[in-house]
Design a protein around this ligand. Structure first.
Ligand code: SIN
Ligand code: MN
Length: 281
């Protein structure tokens, strides 16, 4: 278990491996609140979109640029995540975007081998001074398409990306050669585990043919010094207001209180219960 913010000692293997897995960074109540909020969130669903995975399936995700004040924002702004990213990038960081990957049971699509910086390079981001934080919302297993990484592949530098289906994938010839030399790791995760990974780390995941969904929240950060030189669909430097980790449960409670604000009838005012239906007009 690794409650954050994580220490430099905990992160010691990151430069070599290109990732570090913090098991139990969030506890059952925190991630349970996230799961419940996400799965009941009509706006998240309404804003979701699919991308063909090049293997006959479709990946579904929702993506947003600013963390906001809701429960997703509390995860993206909390010290366990943000202070850790600042330690990794040795700078102030800002929120580059977050996304919910909704890899559904039976139909969830695959992700081709890619590096996140393979995409972001196009956005005027000059250096790979970013970090992604993959937070397991559901259990992620081999069966339901957990993340796979080529350990240490970030040290190969940026690989060219080409379109596969609707996804940009890393040059397959180069990936095949890298895969001969570096270990392939299936990152199986429990809800609340968080994987911090380098933007040049090669990663992919299989389609989900199991009966279990595999949703994940991925929050991405850029170093302030790495402010993109041009506008793109993701933000340039925008100060990030950090919150204590306790803000997660506070936001969850507020949300559930708000969710109760639907005009509940208290029993004393429920005329029908007293056989006075006609009084209700
Ligand atoms: C991603 O790299 O954006 C998603 C990968 C996954 O969820 O498997
Ligand atoms: Mn990615």
């Amino acid at each position: 278990m690794a409650r954050g913010p994580l220490t430099a000692a905990f992160l010691a293997s990151y430069p070599q491996d290109g990732y570090v897995l913090a098991r139990g960074l969030f506890d059952g109540r925190e991630v349970g609140a996230l799961r419940r909020a996400a799965k009941e969130d009509k706006a998240l669903d309404d804003h979701s979109f699919g991308r063909a995975d090049g293997e006959g399936g479709v990946v579904r995700l929702s993506l947003w640029n600013h963390p906001g004040d809701g429960i997703y924002g509390m995860f993206a702004r909390c010290r366990s995540v943000v202070d850790t990213c600042e330690l990794l990038l040795e700078d102030e960081v800002y929120h580059y975007h977050s996304k919910m990957i909704m890899k559904e049971a039976r139909v969830g699509g695959a992700w081709a081998w890619h590096q996140d910086y393979g995409y972001w390079y196009q956005n005027g981001v000059l250096a790979p001074d970013l970090v992604s934080v993959f937070i397991a919302v559901d259990p992620a297993t081999r069966e339901n398409g957990c993340l796979q990484v080529l350990q240490g592949s970030h040290r190969c530098g940026r690989v060219d990306h080409v379109l596969t289906g609707d996804q940009a994938g890393a040059d397959p010839e180069r990936v095949a050669e890298i895969a001969k030399r570096l270990p392939l790791v299936h990152v199986e995760m429990e809800p609340g585990d968080a994987l911090f990974f380098h933007p040049n780390l090669l990663h992919r995941s299989d389609q989900n043919r199991s009966e279990s969904p595999r949703w994940s929240l991925i929050c991405c950060y850029n170093a302030k010094r790495n402010d993109p030189y041009k506008e793109s669909h993701h933000p340039r430097y925008t100060p990030l207001a950090k919150v204590e980790d306790s803000a997660i449960l506070a936001a969850a409670e507020k949300r559930f209180a708000e969710a109760g604000n639907v005009g509940w009838l208290d029993p004393g005012r429920d005329a029908s219960a007293r056989g006075l239906d006609k009084e209700r007009g």
